[in-house]
Design a protein around this ligand. Structure first.
Ligand code: ITT
Length: 204
């Protein structure tokens, strides 16, 4: 076996923690990483507390979440922070996407608020951005992904989560909530950022 194959073999068997409490995100990332990876969830390492997200950037929040876990549990880990940026709303909800309609709001509350705020907007352009922060042996690494599209006037589809039912990615006629999960992952903000993380780990 060559050195490079040994190296890939060890990466594929690496255990890594995904610092999220969002089950949808965990399922997506586990599917993207594939069966050779062991992606542990926070409960798997005994972390059941809410992780603070107090930064005002996606990068800041992703680093905050990853460091929270690394510093307390001393395990390699990564976190993602994602925001939906809408041109007509000057980039809102952006880093505040999770609680756009208020503390404790549902995905549907957020979507309804977004549609209300955009009811008079002819410019429907928007993008999802994901920043992944990886802490590996104490070192920080950042990976970013983005997908452009438009916000529809009505929700469509029952798959996915969050703003997926109103986001139509450029070049497609299905919203993220109408797509098969594998197709979403192949073009999405999170899928693109995670692919960069995978390439990085495979080339170490
Ligand atoms: P963690 O912080 O525990 O990871 P979260 O739900 O707070 O989970 P984010 O801060 O990254 O996750 O995401 C902010 C919100 O953006 C999220 O609650 C969804 O409403 C939305 N969102 C994130 N990823 C999305 C996706 O792939 N499709 C649609 N909406 C998404």
């Amino acid at each position: 076996m060559t050195y490079s194959r040994m190296s890939s073999f060890s990466v594929y068997n690496m255990k890594i923690v995904f610092a999220t409490h969002n089950k949808h995100k965990h399922a997506e990332v586990s599917a993207i990483l594939g069966s050779q990876w062991e992606v542990l969830a926070l409960p798997d390492i005994g972390c059941n507390t809410e992780i603070p997200e107090t930064a005002d950037t996606l990068r800041g929040n992703a680093l905050q979440k990853a460091h929270y876990v690394y510093d307390r549990f001393h395990t390699n880990c990564f976190a993602d922070d994602t925001g939906l940026e809408v041109e007509a709303l000057n980039g809102a909800p952006g880093v505040y996407s999770a609680r756009y309609a208020g503390e404790g709001c549902s995905y549907s509350d957020n979507v309804q608020k977004l549609l209300r705020e955009m009811q008079d907007a002819d410019n429907r352009k928007a993008c999802f951005k994901t920043v992944v922060a990886l802490i590996l042996d104490g070192q920080e690494y950042i990976f970013e992904g983005r997908v452009d599209g438009i916000i529809l006037r009505e929700p469509r589809g029952g798959e996915g989560f969050g703003y997926d039912p109103v986001f139509l990615p450029d070049g497609f006629d299905q919203t993220f909530a109408e797509m098969d999960g594998a197709l979403k992952n192949s073009i999405s903000h999170r899928g693109r950022a995670m692919q960069k993380l995978i390439d990085f780990l495979n080339n170490r």
